[in-house]
Design a binder for this molecule. Structure first.
Ligand SMILES: C[S@@+](CC[C@H](N)C(=O)[O-])C[C@H]1O[C@@H](n2cnc3c(N)ncnc32)[C@H](O)[C@@H]1O
Length: 246
């Protein structure tokens, strides 16, 4: 069924209201009254609620749909996904392996821009969720695997291995075999001790070098009469970038 985005202009950093409408055959209720189904069928343009509030309607893009996928395990924030893409340079030619899939967030985001993604998940419920999210986003190049990545990586000649799980050092032997020379291993760590342990284990492998360890901070700004920082996305994790050099 066709989905639509419905947005109204807000006075702050973000739109005041932003909805993904999943069923355009029914009237839609907003904070400012409802919009009749006939108006929702419009391809794009202005629509009015029952109280006269102005909204704009258009077709959702990948990001609109991505932001509404169902979540169970916490997804890597967009601010960090952007940094992972820019520092590894992955592109439409890249082959990516991801673990654990969790909600499938980063696997799906990567799949939208790379050649193929294999995502490993050990937990049955999360595995089912990942398949549901892949389907909801209409992605054909991402393979969800119900597997423990600590038992090995099946793919070869991989450009990026993305790890978001508790004991990434258990993957180093198989990551070394799976990655192409020049390929990347990125670990998203929630704690300093885990990042430290990861670095210590990497140093035992002379085929890997640590390229950088960073955190990112996103700060929104309010630009009205007064101009001031408004909303900060706090560092939620440390990104450890490792490169296979031989
Ligand atoms: C924080 S979530 C990952 C979230 C994901 N990066 C996203 O953006 O949606 C961590 C996931 O790793 C899974 N996991 C933990 N150990 C694993 C293993 N050895 N092999 C595969 N998956 C594992 C957990 O079940 C959990 O779903």
């Amino acid at each position: 069924m066709a989905k639509k985005m419905l947005v109204t202009k807000g006075k702050d950093y973000f739109p005041a209201q932003e909805y993904l409408i999943r069923d355009v055959s029914k009237d839609f209720h907003t904070k400012y009254g409802f919009i009749r189904a006939e108006q929702l069928k419009k391809k794009q343009g202005k629509v009015l609620t029952s109280t006269g509030k102005e909204y704009f309607i258009f077709e959702p893009d990948f990001l609109d749909l991505y932001r509404k996928i169902r979540r169970m395990p916490q997804m890597i924030p967009l601010k960090d996904i952007g940094v992972i893409i820019s520092y590894t340079g992955i592109s439409r030619k890249s082959v990516v392996v991801d673990a654990g899939s969790g909600s499938g967030g980063i696997a799906c985001f990567f799949a939208n821009i790379v050649k193929s993604v294999s995502t490993y998940e050990i937990d049955e419920n999360n595995f089912e969720l990942v398949k549901e999210n892949i389907k909801a986003l209409g992605l054909k190049n991402v393979k969800a695997k119900k597997r423990d990545i600590y038992e090995g990586i099946e793919e070869k000649n991989v450009d990026l291995i993305m790890l978001d799980l508790a004991e990434p050092w258990k993957v180093l032997e198989s990551a070394s075999k799976a990655l192409k020379t020049g390929g990347w291993l990125v670990y998203y760590s929630l704690t300093v001790p885990q990042a430290q342990q990861f670095v210590k284990e990497i140093e035992k492998h002379d085929e890997f070098i640590i390229a950088r360890i960073i955190e990112t901070i996103e700060r929104g700004w309010k630009m009205e009469k007064s101009v001031r920082p408004e909303r900060t996305v706090i560092p939620s994790g440390f990104l450890c970038f490792v490169r296979k050099i031989k």
